[in-house]
Write a protein that binds this ligand. Structure first.
Ligand SMILES: [Zn+2]
Length: 459
C-alpha cells in the first residue's frame, strides 16, 4: 500500500509499526463554532481511510482530539457571558451531530485537552530541561526553534523562508529569541482558565496538546498523523518539533487533506460563500455529501457546493435504483462479490487512497450490472451487485432499496423545502399541490417536513 507522506513529499510504501495494526491521530476541532462543509469533508476523508484500513483487515486505533481550551473559546465565553466549559460542551455536541448524520464512525478515543494537562506539563518540562524551551517572565514558556535544526522540514521551508513568508503576521515580541518561537505554556491572565505549573499558573499552548496526547495514547512512532492541509504549518510542524526535540520519535507518516472550495474560490465567511455542514446535509442529504466528497482525491482542493452535492444526490439515486431493480429481477444480491471489481477497487485505494478511482470501479460495475439485468442474466448481475453493495459499504456509503415511489415523494418534499428556504413560495405551493394530487399530506414540523399518504389514497 502506498501513501503520500507530507514530510518526505513522496508516495511511500506503508509499513505499520506493528504488523496488522494501524494507529491514527487526527487533529479534531477547536469547539467554539458550528462546523462548515470543509469540516465535513475532512471528517469523511479520514472516516473512509479508517474504514478502508479496517476492511483491509487492519486493527485500527483512531484518536481524534477536541481542543476545549483556546483563545477563541475564551473570547466567545466572554462575549456571551458564560464559561469556557459551557461553550466547549455546546459546540462539541453541535459538531458531533452532523458527523453522526454523515455516518462518520466515532473515534476510539476523543481526548480533551483539559484532561491531559499532566502529560503536557511533563513534555514542557523535558523541553526546558534539555534547553529547547525558555521562560519569559509574565508570558510563559516558549519553544526555541533555533535549537531544533530540522525546524521547517514538514512545510519544506528553511527558518529564513518561514520568517519571510510570515512577514508582518508574526507578532513582534522583544522577549522572544526568534519571532518564530511559540508558546508551550501561556501565563494565566485574569478571568481565564488556568492550571498550576512549575512555571506559574497558566494554560497549554495549542500545539503542545496534540504532541502530548498522541504520544500518551498511541505511543512513540505511531503510524499516521492527519488533519487538514492548513495545519501543516505551524501546527503540525510545531507538534513534531516539540516531540522530537524532547527525544520522542513521532508520527511515521503525515497525511493531509485538501480544503473545500466553492466555485473554485476558497470558502470564507467574509467571501459570503460560507455553508454550514448542517445546511448542506439538510439540502442534499448525508449520502450525497459523502459520495461527492469522495469523488475528489483527499489531497486535492476541490469544490463541494450545490452543483457537486446535487450531482452526488443523482449518483446515490443510481446506486439505490440498481439495488431495487436487482431485487425486483430476482438477482441474488448476497452472491460472492465480483473479484475483478474488488481487485480494481483495492488497487485504487492502495494507491494513496484514490477514492475517485475506487468510486469509478464501483460505477463500472453498476453499468455492467444494469446491462446484465436488461438482458435477463440474473446470474451475471448477482456478483456485480454484491460487489457494489460491499465496496460502497467499505467507504461508509449505505445503499437503500427503499420503495421507488417513496424516494420520488422524498425528492419532491425536499424540493419544496428548498423552495421555501429560497422564499419561492409560488414553487413551494405548486409542489404541495402536486404532492396532494398523489394523495400525499404534508406536515411542517420544527425539525423538517414529514409526509404521509392521505387516507383513501390508492397507494
Ligand atoms: Zn493537533
Amino acid at each position: 500500500m502506498q501513501i503520500y507522506d507530507t514530510l518526505t513529499r513522496a508516495k511511500v510504501e506503508f509499513t505499520p509499526r506493528e504488523p496488522g495494526k494501524v494507529s491514527i491521530y487526527v487533529c479534531g476541532p477547536t469547539v467554539y463554532d458550528v462546523p462548515h462543509v470543509g469540516h465535513g469533508r475532512t471528517a469523511v476523508v479520514y472516516d473512509a481511510i479508517r474504514r478502508y484500513l479496517e476492511w483491509r483487515g487492519y486493527n485500527v486505533t483512531y484518536v481524534r482530539n477536541v481542543t476545549d481550551v483556546e483563545d477563541k473559546i475564551i473570547a466567545r465565553a466572554a462575549r456571551e457571558g458564560t464559561t469556557e466549559g459551557e461553550i466547549a460542551r455546546r459546540y462539541e455536541l453541535l459538531e458531533r451531530e452532523p458527523l453522526e448524520r454523515l455516518g462518520v464512525l466515532a473515534p476510539d478515543q476523543v481526548p480533551h485537552a483539559t484532561e491531559f494537562i499532566e502529560p503536557m506539563l511533563e513534555l514542557v518540562g523535558e523541553l526546558v530541561d534539555q534547553g529547547h524551551a525558555y521562560v519569559i517572565d509574565g508570558a510563559g514558556v516558549y519553544f526555541d526553534v533555533a535549537s531544533f535544526p530540522s525546524y521547517g522540514a514538514l512545510p519544506h521551508r528553511t527558518l529564513e523562508q518561514l520568517l519571510e513568508s510570515a512577514g508582518a503576521r508574526v507578532e513582534v515580541d522583544e522577549a522572544k529569541r526568534s519571532p518564530m518561537d511559540f508558546a508551550l505554556w501561556k501565563a494565566a491572565k485574569p478571568d481565564e482558565p488556568s492550571w498550576d505549573s512549575p512555571w506559574g499558573a497558566g494554560r497549554p499552548g495549542w500545539h503542545i496538546e496534540c504532541s502530548a496526547m498522541s504520544l500518551r495514547l498511541l505511543g512513540e512512532r505511531f503510524d499516521l498523523h492527519g488533519g487538514g492541509d492548513d495545519l501543516v504549518f505551524p501546527h503540525h510542524e510545531n507538534e513534531r518539533a516539540q516531540a522530537e526535540a524532547a527525544g520522542h520519535a513521532f508520527a511515521r507518516y503525515w497525511i493531509h487533506a485538501g480544503m473545500v472550495t466553492i466555485g473554485g474560490d476558497k470558502m470564507a465567511k467574509s467571501a459570503g460563500n460560507f455553508v454550514t455542514l448542517t445546511e448542506a446535509l439538510d439540502a442534499h442529504g448525508p449520502r450525497a455529501f459523502r459520495l461527492a466528497a469522495l469523488q475528489t482525491h483527499y489531497r486535492t482542493h476541490g469544490d463541494l457546493g450545490d452543483p457537486e452535492l446535487a450531482a452526488g444526490r443523482t449518483t446515490v439515486a443510481r446506486l439505490d435504483a440498481l439495488l431495487r431493480r436487482a431485487r425486483a429481477a430476482g438477482v441474488a444480491v448476497d452472491a460472492d462479490p465480483d473479484p475483478g471489481t474488488v481487485d480494481e477497487f483495492r488497487a485504487a485505494m492502495d494507491d494513496d487512497f484514490n477514492t475517485p478511482a475506487a468510486v469509478g470501479a464501483i460505477f463500472a460495475a453498476v453499468t455492467r450490472a444494469n446491462a446484465a439485468i436488461d438482458e435477463d442474466r440474473a446470474e451475471d448481475a448477482g456478483p456485480l451487485v454484491a460487489a457494489v453493495v460491499a465496496l460502497t459499504g467499505a467507504l461508509g456509503l449505505e445503499i437503500s432499496a427503499a420503495d421507488e415511489a417513496d424516494a420520488e415523494i422524498d425528492a419532491l418534499v425536499k424540493r419544496r423545502d428548498e423552495a421555501r428556504a429560497d422564499r419561492d413560495f409560488g414553487e413551494a405551493d405548486r409542489l404541495r399541490d402536486e404532492l396532494a394530487a398523489r394523495g400525499v399530506a404534508l406536515e411542517d414540523t420544527p425539525t423538517g417536513t414529514v409526509w404521509r399518504r392521505a387516507r383513501g389514497s390508492d397507494e
